[in-house]
Design a protein around this ligand. Structure first.
Ligand code: 7TS
Length: 411
């Protein structure tokens, strides 16, 4: 990996919250970007200016503000499409978040195409949002779920996957990067094999799109789900990327305004893609903030972001390995994003997180919406520190000092 070309000082200056002093008098050390990332001025200003200058509803007015709002909403779609290298902006559908994007596929494509006995392959390292929609579908339709196991070194089990593909699955829905282990799955190979077996693919990009260069055309993904808030954008908005022919073949998701071309008392004709999937007044300011976030990251360069995070991963693994009684779950740095979920001998993760908080260090404790994965790891919960483009090695050092404080308190 190249040495990081990021000027972290300059990047940190873009994120006002990172200067915050906490009530304890400690400076904030934000190590919870896997849950949600902090927001740069560029995103905050884009949304603020929209409300100050342009606010109107979209796709329905001919006055100046309505036209400006519509143009800004659609420009953001293009910025997001560019960010993941979609071949057309229309292949990006606005949703509320990754969860809704996955549900959109489950409620439209899957219900239109799957029947009892059809196989869907997931993995054991999924977030609940890529488990529960399929469990609901199973209860309703009798589709069959199969799971690619996680190997002893916390990787996607490619051999087991090849075996499962013999079941002629209809869909492989998998996380590109685990939010607990940090495991970066070989998405391109997983997709290639799926297509060879005649299956479609849905990539949960909630963690990969913010942290790695992601090119949906190069991956040949059929669907990709991601959230703005994890990639320095606002909450309340996410996206579903889909290949155009698939999106065109799918029935609408929610019914209402904007998703129709014509409506009669007893029937309607659906609008074209992507509007067919965007019923009702959407999160307009948030879409504009989402576009600004994509442009912000693209301007920095995702190769540089990934290289910086790789350095952080190596450093945090090295530092945590020095501490007796700490077990980090996840693969070697080579296959891992900047997430460190760990267990500490004899101390509950909530106590770890609370003591770290008293030092100004924000981490998450719990099952991180991946209960089955924790069961597989033989633990109920972990403490998780996660890193992004604005984090520094000094913050890793602060984490390590904080952990030593926990050890002291708990003897
Ligand atoms: N998939 C993965 C891999 C995730 O990490 C998350 C959120 C989601 C899906 C759902 O995203 P949402 O935006 O729809 O909520 N993960 C986490 C987390 O690790 N801590 O808080 C949210």
């Amino acid at each position: 990996m190249p040495k990081t070309p990021l000027d972290i000082g300059l990047i940190r200056a873009d994120f006002p919250i990172l200067n915050r002093e906490l009530a304890s008098g400690k400076k904030l050390v934000y190590l919870d970007s896997t849950a949600t990332a902090q927001k740069p001025i560029a995103v905050i200003n884009a949304m603020d200016e929209f409300y100050r200058l342009n606010n109107a509803n979209i796709h329905r007015g001919i006055h100046t503000l309505a036209e400006e709002s519509t143009a800004m909403y659609e420009k953001a779609r293009q910025q997001i499409a560019d960010f993941i290298n979609a071949s057309a902006a229309r292949e990006v559908i606005y949703t509320r978040n990754t969860t809704e994007s996955i549900n959109l596929v489950a409620y439209t494509w899957a219900r239109a195409n799957l029947k009892a006995g059809d196989v869907i392959i997931l993995t054991e390292m999924e977030h609940h949002s890529n488990l529960v929609p399929w469990q609901i579908l199973t209860a309703e339709r009798g589709v069959r779920l199969e799971f690619v196991p996680v190997t002893d070194d916390y990787l996607f089990d490619m051999d087991a996957y090849r075996e499962l593909l013999k079941l002629e699955p209809k869909l492989i829905s998998f996380t590109h990067m685990s939010n607990v282990l940090g495991t970066i799955n070989p998405a391109k190979e997983i997709i290639r094999l799926a297509h060879e077996a005649g299956a479609l693919t849905l990539v949960d990009g909630a963690q990969s799109v913010p942290h790695l260069p992601v090119d949906v055309q190069d991956l040949d993904a059929d669907f990709m789900a991601f959230s703005a808030h994890k990639m320095v954008g606002p909450t309340g908005i996410g996206a579903l990327y889909g290949k155009m022919d698939l999106l065109q073949s799918m029935p609408p998701f929610l019914g209402g305004g904007d998703m129709i071309r014509t409506v009669h008392l007893r029937e309607f004709v659906a609008n074209e893609v992507p509007y067919k999937f965007e019923a009702g007044t959407p999160a307009i300011a948030e879409a504009i903030g989402f576009g600004a976030a994509a442009a912000y990251l693209q301007n920095i360069g995702m190769d540089a972001v990934a290289a910086h995070e790789h350095e952080m991963t190596e450093y945090v693994l090295e530092r945590l390995a020095e501490i007796p009684g700490i077990k980090v779950f996840g693969p070697e740095a080579e296959h891992k994003g900047a997430v460190a979920s760990f267990e500490m001998d004899g101390v509950h993760p909530h106590d770890v997180a609370q003591i770290l908080d008293s030092e100004g260090i924000a981490v998450r404790a719990g099952h991180h919406c991946a209960q089955p994965l924790h069961e597989m790891c033989g633990v109920q919960s972990t403490t998780r520190a996660s890193f992004y483009l604005y984090n520094t090695k000094e913050e890793v050092d602060a984490l390590v000092e904080g952990i030593y404080k926990v050890k002291k308190i708990f003897g």
